[in-house]
Design a protein. Structure first.
Length: 222
């Protein structure tokens, strides 16, 4: 059973000079304060990175994050016409690069899902590290198993996000049963844009996010 969150969020203006909005996370009990401390430590570990939502401020009282003008990717796919393949390619490479960076900083996201990827100015950012896991910097992120979560499961979840972008349909998927083959749930990937990458994500052929990143760039930037 994966742990839930009882945090409340709201959008408020932060920088009057730019009229940029932020999300404010307020904590109401000790359990949530412990979760906040972990999330704050994760943002500090990750620092500023182009594919991660910008954190304006992290304190013991809350975390202030940049507001995504175009909502999350799940909503965006439902409400917008299918974009050109060039934008899909840009988004997919951006997400893979970002997740590769996050793993290099020894963080497991845990919930790699459309609802936790935000869209703003046609750019994607990974958001919501409230359930994420902060690993030791000395950990082997490619082989460690932390609370039943591994790099290959993270890659599997990312594969479903890539699939949703490729076919431009929402597919929600959260997988913790190693005996189940996700490819059995869908029609053949043969001939599908990014089909080779998706199949490798689902069948555990990538040993790491870094390996996925290299393969995707080799396949999509020729």
């Amino acid at each position: 059973m994966r742990r839930g969150s009882s945090r409340s969020r709201e959008s408020i203006p932060l920088d009057c000079s730019t009229s940029e909005a932020i999300r404010s996370t307020e904590l109401s009990n000790s359990d949530n304060r412990d979760a906040l401390k972990r999330e704050k430590a994760i943002y500090e570990r990750l620092g500023n990175y182009r594919g991660i939502i910008h954190c304006f401020k992290a304190s013991d009282d809350g975390i202030e994050l940049a507001f995504a003008k175009q909502g999350d990717l799940k909503w965006y796919i439902k409400k917008n016409i299918e974009p050109h393949q060039s934008l899909k390619t840009e988004w997919i490479l951006s997400l893979i690069d970002t997740l590769s960076y996050i793993h290099s900083r020894r963080v497991f996201v845990d919930e790699i899902a459309l609802r936790n990827i935000l869209v703003s100015d046609e750019k994607l950012t990974v958001a919501d590290f409230g359930q994420s896991m902060l690993l030791s910097m000395g950990a082997d992120v490619d082989t460690i198993c932390e609370q039943d979560l591994t790099a290959k499961i993270e890659i599997l979840h990312l594969g479903w996000v890539i699939y949703s972008i490729a076919v431009w349909r929402v597919h929600d998927y959260y997988f913790f049963n190693p005996s189940k083959q996700p490819s059995q749930d869908l029609s053949s990937l043969e001939g599908l844009f990014c089909g080779t990458i998706i199949q490798k994500c689902w069948s555990e052929q990538y040993v790491s996010m870094g390996a996925l990143d290299k393969d995707a760039r080799d396949l999509l930037t020729k």
